[in-house]
Structures are given as structure tokens and as C-alpha cells.
Ligand binder design. Structure first.
Ligand code: ADP
Length: 520
């Protein structure tokens, strides 16, 4: 492990770690102290490009420049507080996963916009791949089923449809990267230094990486007919490493080493300190992402979940794996009540509206606006509200909306327990929707275990800072992180009988069944 390089500290000088949080809609830079408290931050939104229905792109150069501006902005704030820039010892990166950038290895110029993880243009291509001999073996090796989600489809689509990409491939100068690899490459100055790496939590979202070896797998690359003599893939290195990621060559932090890297959901698990098997977290953002630590061996799901690398801190520690389940519509269902129904003026008012009634009044809302994700995977379901009577009020629908995400979370946790053979003892939560106390209490009631919400919810950024800080000795080991970010957390304990919660869940499952087939 690279935890050995201790930071030389004066007896009283405080040290800090920077964290680049490169998300789907914005880039951010936060500076954390050793207690895991953010002391400065800067955020910038960037352009979302939708060239056709279902297509979603980002400008790769704008992603880099937004990150650079955020670094400068946050450091300015940091210095304005009287801190010395030299106390920032390292920088970590966390990023939107699967989003794919292709560039010319010799010039560092992107060859196309980044294709974002949400992009659906590969639907037809994926259908074709599913019929190729060996398609049924892929998940056992890489943990992911064929879908529009992983990076591979985005690469194959560009090879087929973008002449500049095909040309670079034929000339052997095509570089492929997820956002972490692209950022590390560009922040290191591009082709001059040519630092071209990715961490296993990101590489495990491509469909090229073998989950057991944490290396690119020839059988996967062969299946996708990718000629590795023509394409450059980033070297897979540990998520926490004192030298592999180079250092910043631009911004006021020029010279500061990049020493940690984690995909966003893995970073949130680390930021919630989900280091040991049996710990899980749910990030209730626009969609919802649940990761459940299953230990140092991958568990391949037979219940509709994905398998991913949680983190790999290197040295004498083993990589840790997670089962993952995602819900397509979570916080966005609340936003839907704001924007489409006009029930409330802003999302934060949902609890107040829901509390105008005692219960859901028999209403169940299956928020399957674009089908249902894990563990159901029902493409042809659509949003359906069941149980409306002359008695139904807005409050009932507000409650049913919050409950929909809680029910789907329960369904995913049940699948996780079946796959892993362990029962979750507590669920750590973050993301916008967890601000609703009512929603979190409902969640605890439905899953029958405590729901723990930290006061400081920048857990994704904190996770990247932890990965970076461990590599340079800001924290010596995971044990030292015990007291990080515990102050002021709230715990929601189950207050509903198991019988009642089982009955409610059975009703939800019935509603899911009945929502099937609408879009057929
Ligand atoms: P993302 O990172 O995906 O952009 P956030 O973690 O910022 O998402 O969460 C934003 C989502 O959380 C929005 O969809 C919003 O409707 C929902 N949200 C924000 N505040 C609340 C609240 N107090 N109660 C319920 N939902 C909320």
C-alpha cells in the first residue's frame, strides 16, 4: 500500500486534501480537512448536449476547463480564509462513470464529444450483441450484462459511425478512456507526459475488465472484436496510489499530486465508510444508486443486480467488490410533482405536502417513467398511479411518490441479501432526496433496519479525498477514518411492524406486476 509516504507536518500545521467531483451536470472541487469537513468548494455547471432524442453528450474540453476553473475558485476561497496553499497535499478524482471519451493519442485532441452514460443510441447495437455467440458468458467475467449503460457500446458505435474515430483506430492512435482517464491525462498535460491510467472501479464499468484479475480480458475484447494493437486502453492501477496518477500541470495547484481515483458510486460508498462486507449505501439523487459491500470476492448476481469493484486501495489490502442496484427515477419523481403537476413550488416542500395526510390513502405510484431498473428490468412498464378514488388528495400522491423510491430500494436490498447471503444491518444514505425526514423514516419502516444520514452529505467528494489522502499518509489506514464525518448524523429507526411493512410491500409488488406491458 502507498500509505507509507507520510506527510511531513509541522507540529500544528493542518493538512488538506482536494477532491475533483466531475458529475453528469456539474464539476466541483472541494477541499477537505483531516476530519473530513469541507472547508472550501466551487461548482460549475456545463453544457448538456442532446443532438437527437435519446442522445446525450458532453464537450470533453469543457469538462477539463470546468474542473480547472473549479480548482482555482475553491483554492481562492481557501486562501481567503487564511490557509496556505502548500497545506493541500494531494488531489483525488471522482467522476460520472461509463461516459466515454475517444482521443488522438499523439495530439491529445478529442475525436468526438463524450458519450454520456445515459445515452441510448446503442440500443440496436446492444440487441445485436446479445445474439452473438458467447454473450451469455460476459456477466460472469465482467459483472455487467449487455445494455446501453457500459462504455463498450459507446466505443463500438463510434468505431462504426464516426470516420475520424475509425481512421485513428486504423492508424493505431486511438485512445479510449472513461472520464477519470481523460481528466488524469489532460490534467497531466496530455501527450507530453502521457499519463494514461484508470482505476478498477471505473474500468469495471467498461465491460473490458476481468473482475477477478482486474486486468483487461482477452475473451471480452475478442467478443467485442476489438483489436488491441489498434487501440490504446488506460493502464489499470490502484484507486489509491502515490505516483501512478501524476500531478497537476495547470491551475494554482500545479505540482500537487493526484493520488486517488474512484467512480462516483464507489466514492460515495467510501465516503460513507462502507469498507467492510455487509455495509451498504443509497444515494438518492435524480436516480438512486445502491452499493452493497460484498467483500474481497466478486458475487455475480442471479437477482438482477450488477457486480462492480467498490475500491482497490492496493498494497497489502485486497480489492473490495460491491453489488449494485439502480433506480432510474428517484428524486426526479419529486421534481416531476413540481414541474409537471405543479403540486409544490420546490422539491424540499414534498414532505410538508405528504404530511397533510396520514398515509397514502390506498394510492401506489409506480414511477416507471422509462421502465423499471433493478431488480425488475421491465422495459415496457410506464408510470402508473393505482388506487385513485374520489377521496384521493395531492398529499396521498406525494406520499406515494416518496414511497415508490423506498419500495424499489427495498426490492434491491432483498435481491442483495439473496445474492450475498448476508443481511444488511444498516443503510447509509445521501443525495438530495434523503433531505426528506419523512422519506427516510418510511425507508427505515419498509426495510426494517436503521437508516443513517450524515450531517455532511458531500460523501462522493469525501470518498475521492479519502482515496487520495490514504496514498500520501494524510490518513495512515482505514482505521484512522473511524471518526471522520460522524458528527451530527441522524438515525431513522424502524417504527412499523413487520406484518404491516410486508403487506405494503406485497401491494407494491402487485402494482409493479400490473404496470407491465403498457409501452408494448
Ligand atoms: P444529482 O446529483 O443526481 O443531481 P442530487 O443529489 O442533487 O442529485 O438530488 C437532487 C434530487 O433530489 C432532485 O431530483 C430533487 O427533486 C430531490 N430533492 C431535493 N431536495 C429534496 C427534499 N427535501 N425532499 C425530497 N426530494 C428532494
Amino acid at each position: 500500500m502507498n500509505f507509507l509516504r507520510k506527510v511531513t507536518m509541522g507540529s500544528t500545521q493542518e493538512v488538506f486534501v482536494g477532491s475533483i467531483d466531475q458529475g453528469t451536470t456539474s464539476s466541483r472541487f472541494l477541499i477537505f480537512n483531516k476530519r473530513g469537513e469541507p472547508v472550501a468548494s466551487h461548482q460549475l455547471e456545463f453544457k448538456q448536449i442532446y443532438p437527437h432524442p435519446g442522445w446525450h453528450e458532453h464537450d470533453p474540453l469543457e469538462i477539463v476547463s470546468s474542473v480547472e476553473k473549479c480548482i482555482d475558485g475553491a483554492v481562492q476561497q481557501f486562501q481567503d480564509q487564511g490557509h496556505n496553499i502548500n497545506t493541500i497535499k494531494a488531489v483525488g478524482i471522482t467522476n460520472q462513470r461509463e461516459t466515454t471519451v475517444l482521443w488522438n493519442k499523439e495530439t491529445g485532441e478529442p475525436l468526438y464529444n463524450a458519450i454520456v452514460w445515459t445515452d441510448l443510441r446503442t440500443q440496436a447495437l446492444v440487441r445485436k450483441l446479445k445474439h452473438r455467440l458467447g454473450a451469455d458468458k460476459l456477466t460472469d467475467i465482467c459483472g455487467l450484462p449487455l445494455s446501453t449503460y457500459p462504455s463498450v457500446g459507446k466505443l463500438l458505435w463510434l468505431l462504426e459511425n464516426e470516420p475520424k474515430v475509425k481512421d485513428a483506430y486504423e492508424k493505431g492512435v486511438l485512445a479510449f478512456g472513461t472520464i477519470d482517464a481523460w481528466l488524469v491525462y489532460k490534467l497531466n498535460g496530455g501527450p507530453k507526459r502521457n499519463i494514461f491510467v484508470s482505476d478498477p472501479s471505473n474500468a469495471s464499468r467498461t465491460m473490458f475488465m476481468n473482475l477477478n484479475t482486474l486486468e483487461y480480458d482477452d475473451s471480452l475484447l475478442d467478443f467485442f472484436r476489438i483489436d488491441t494493437s489498434k487501440i490504446h486502453l488506460p493502464k489499470i492501477v490502484h484507486s489509491s496510489d502515490s505516483s501512478a496518477y501524476g500531478s497537476l500541470t495547470s491551475t494554482v495547484l500545479k505540482g500537487v499530486p493526484i493520488t486517488g481515483c474512484l467512480g462516483d458510486q464507489s466514492a460515495a460508498l467510501v465516503g460513507q465508510k462502507g469498507f467492510t462486507p455487509g455495509l451498504g449505501k443509497n444515494t438518492y439523487g435524480t436516480g438512486s444508486f445502491i452499493l452493497y459491500n460484498v467483500g474481497d470476492k466478486p458475487v455475480i448476481s442471479t437477482h438482477g443486480l450488477l457486480t462492480t469493484v467498490a475500491f482497490d486501495f492496493g498494497g497489502n489490502t485486497k480489492p473490495m467488490y460491491a453489488l449494485e442496484g439502480s433506480i432510474a427515477v428517484a428524486g426526479s419523481s419529486v421534481k416531476f410533482l413540481v414541474d409537471n403537476f405543479g403540486f409544490i413550488d420546490k422539491s424540499s416542500e414534498i414532505s410538508q405536502l405528504a404530511e397533510t395526510v396520514e398515509d397514502n390513502g390506498g394510492v401506489t405510484f409506480v414511477t416507471a417513467f422509462s421502465g423499471l431498473f433493478a431488480p425488475y428490468w421491465i422495459d415496457d412498464a410506464r408510470g402508473t398511479i393505482f388506487g385513485i378514488t374520489a377521496y384521493t388528495k395531492r398529499g396521498h400522491i406525494a406520499r406515494a411518490t416518496l414511497e415508490a423510491t423506498c419500495f424499489q430500494t427495498k426490492a434491491i436490498l432483498v435481491a442483495m441479501e439473496k445474492d450475498s447471503g448476508h443481511k444488511l444491518s444498516e443503510l447509509a444514505v445521501d443525495g438530495g432526496m434523503c433531505n426528506s425526514d419523512l422519506c427516510m423514516q418510511t425507508q427505515s419502516d419498509l426495510i426494517g433496519i436503521p437508516v443513517k444520514r450524515p450531517a455532511m452529505r458531500e460523501t462522493t467528494a469525501l470518498g475521492a479525498a479519502i482515496a487520495a489522502g490514504l496514498a500520501v499518509g494524510v490518513w495512515d489506514s482505514i482505521d484512522e477514518l473511524k471518526d471522520v464525518n460522524i458528527e451530527g448524523s441522524s438515525v431513522f429507526k424502524p417504527a412499523m411492524s413487520k406484518q404491516e411493512s410486508d403487506q405494503q410491500f406485497a401491494r407494491w409488488q402487485k402494482a409493479v406486476e400490473m404496470s407491465k406491458g403498457w409501452a408494448n
